[in-house]
Design a binder for this molecule. Structure first.
Ligand code: SF4
Ligand code: SF4
Ligand code: SF4
Length: 279
């Protein structure tokens, strides 16, 4: 029987997810023996137009050319797996969706007319059907290999659902939120990284995206109790996973709260000035 054919493609991204695959070392060599890798530029295989059983795609759709390429990859692949935060949620570059693209292009590039950017930076699923999404910035190489093993056996990989807190507790890390008062995103972030940041004594910043049933209102209240103002709470949900719907909703809620706060303070200041003027 012919070995399953695999391709690894890249759209708008930093290559970090491909490097996570390369860092698999011996596991990657074992994978290369079990499958036929047809395209993986970072590793030296180049055949962009190869028809494959599984395409792993890193990166977001940020230009019209990206949109054409992902449609072509989809047409040539039996299964398409989105790897990493860029491919699953747009990545950090999706933050541009909330700004004035033309104004930013004008500020950054001497010739903005040479830049062909799509109006929005989007995940793969906004353009083509995606069979599996593996989040993370970068993705976990071990998760990719486990998912490939399931797919090649014809089984659907079980997506992670628990929050980072579960992995953190299992590993016995000291809680940065409870013991350190840090605004840790672990309670609302899906596991997969092995709670690597709390393991290094720093708070999770949510790079794997929302966990199932993420209770963002409760965590936002906790962040406020730690002393973060509404803008600071919004920024916690505005990072690498800014494009994930659950985090985007939390961010808009925090910004809405910030606006209400500002208006209340302005009303109070105006009333005080009027009282002082009358006195
Ligand atoms: S998800 Fe992160 S590591 Fe992967 S390509 Fe995007 S920015 Fe790079
Ligand atoms: S450090 Fe963060 S991830 Fe770990 S238990 Fe505390 S809140 Fe959860
Ligand atoms: S702990 Fe949080 S920020 Fe750190 S790698 Fe895991 S999901 Fe990403």
């Amino acid at each position: 029987m012919a070995a399953p054919r695999i391709a690894v493609h890249k759209l708008a991204s930093c290559d970090g997810c491909q490097l996570a695959l390369l860092n698999l070392g011996e596991d990657l060599l074992a994978l290369a023996e079990a499958v036929e890798i047809r395209h993986f530029v970072e590793a030296g295989w180049v055949d962009e137009e190869a028809e494959v059983d599984i395409a792993l795609v890193e990166g977001a759709v940020s230009t019209p050319h990206d949109a054409e390429r992902i449609r072509a990859v989809r047409a040539r692949s039996r299964l398409l797996v989105a790897v990493g935060a860029c491919a699953t949620a747009g990545g950090v570059q999706a933050l541009r969706n909330e700004g004035d693209l033309d104004a930013w292009l004008g500020r950054v590039y001497p010739h903005p007319e040479w830049v062909e950017a799509a109006p929005r930076c989007e995940p793969l699923s906004a353009h083509v059907p995606v069979d599996l999404e593996l989040p993370g910035c970068p993705v976990s190489g071990a998760q990719v290999v486990a998912a490939l093993a399931s797919l090649l056996r014809g089984a659907a990989p079980a997506p992670a659902r628990d929050a980072v807190c579960m992995a953190c507790k299992r590993a016995g890390h000291v809680c940065t939120l409870v013991a350190g008062g840090a605004p840790c995103m672990g309670p609302v972030t899906v596991t997969g990284c092995g709670a690597v940041c709390p393991g290094q004594g720093r708070d999770c910043y949510g790079c794997y995206g929302p966990a199932a049933q993420a209770n963002t209102p409760a965590l936002m209240r906790r962040f406020r109790a730690l002393g973060l103002d509404a803008e600071a709470v919004a920024r916690r949900f505005a990072g690498i996973q800014a494009g994930a719907e659950v985090f985007a909703k939390a961010r808009y809620q925090a910004l809405h709260d910030a606006t209400l706060n500002r208006e209340r303070l302005e009303r109070r200041a105006t009333a005080r000035e009027e009282r002082e003027g009358q006195g």
